[in-house]
Ligand binder design. Structure first.
Ligand code: ADP
Length: 209
């Protein structure tokens, strides 16, 4: 069983994933895999470099051959058609690699596995998951935790939150919701409850119930 885990910025996805891991549940982070597929030597990076080789200046590669994320971000931010092209190059490869990672984790005897992704719904990765768990915090707390963790002020944190999928829409698509508005201790208690439930579901499934 694959549980998709998502939530807005600083909702606590990584913190919650570590709490599951402490209970023996492994996870893969879609952001890590998204970075993997554009590393030097990867076909996606070659395609991207070729498409933007004509851009003024050094194109979208750094001198050492790695992707210049800022340059690429500026191009796709200014042009939705380029963003769609980029996604058509990267998304299928991210998906294929996620499938490999998840299969390896499942084969290692884990009771179930987590697919942690900030864009679980937006990217369609939710289709790979059997259930979707949304980490939910009130927006004010999300902004506070973003400003405390990252080098941004509250206005910038607010703008980031406003650009993401609205909280209500995310909640409407959740199978399960983890309220992370309390202490870390409370969060760990809720994770333990969910873990019991998920283990029950997989055990029922393997007994054909
Ligand atoms: P995400 O992965 O969703 O961006 P993180 O797991 O990095 O979010 O959490 C964002 C910040 O909030 C981190 O600094 C983390 O330590 C803190 N945090 C997460 N959950 C709690 C909690 N229940 N209580 C207090 N701080 C928390």
């Amino acid at each position: 069983m694959i549980i998709g885990v998502t939530g807005g910025i600083a909702s606590g996805k990584s913190t919650v994933a570590r709490a599951f891991e402490a209970l023996g549940v492994p996870w893969v982070d879609a952001d890590d895999v998204a970075r993997e597929v554009v590393e030097p030597g990867e076909p996606a990076l070659a395609e991207i470099a070729e498409r933007y080789a004509h851009e003024q200046g050094p194109g979208v590669l750094n001198d050492d051959g790695t992707l210049n994320r800022r340059a690429l971000r500026e191009i796709v931010f200014a042009d939705p058609a380029e963003r769609r092209w980029l996604e058509s190059v990267t998304h299928p490869r991210i998906r294929a690699r996620l499938v490999e990672h998840l299969a390896r984790l499942e084969a290692s005897g884990a009771p179930y596995v987590l697919l942690v992704s900030p864009l679980l719904f937006e990217s369609g990765q939710s289709e790979m998951a059997d259930r979707c768990l949304v980490i939910d915090v009130p927006e004010a707390l999300q902004i506070e935790r973003t400003a405390a963790r990252d080098d941004v002020d509250e206005a910038q944190a607010h703008a980031i939150v406003a650009a993401q999928m609205p909280r209500a829409e995310r909640l409407a698509r959740a199978d399960d919701v983890l309220d992370n508005g309390g202490s870390e201790e409370e969060m760990r208690r809720r994770v333990a409850e969910l873990d019991r439930r998920y283990r029950q579901i997989t055990s029922d499934q393997s007994h054909g119930k």
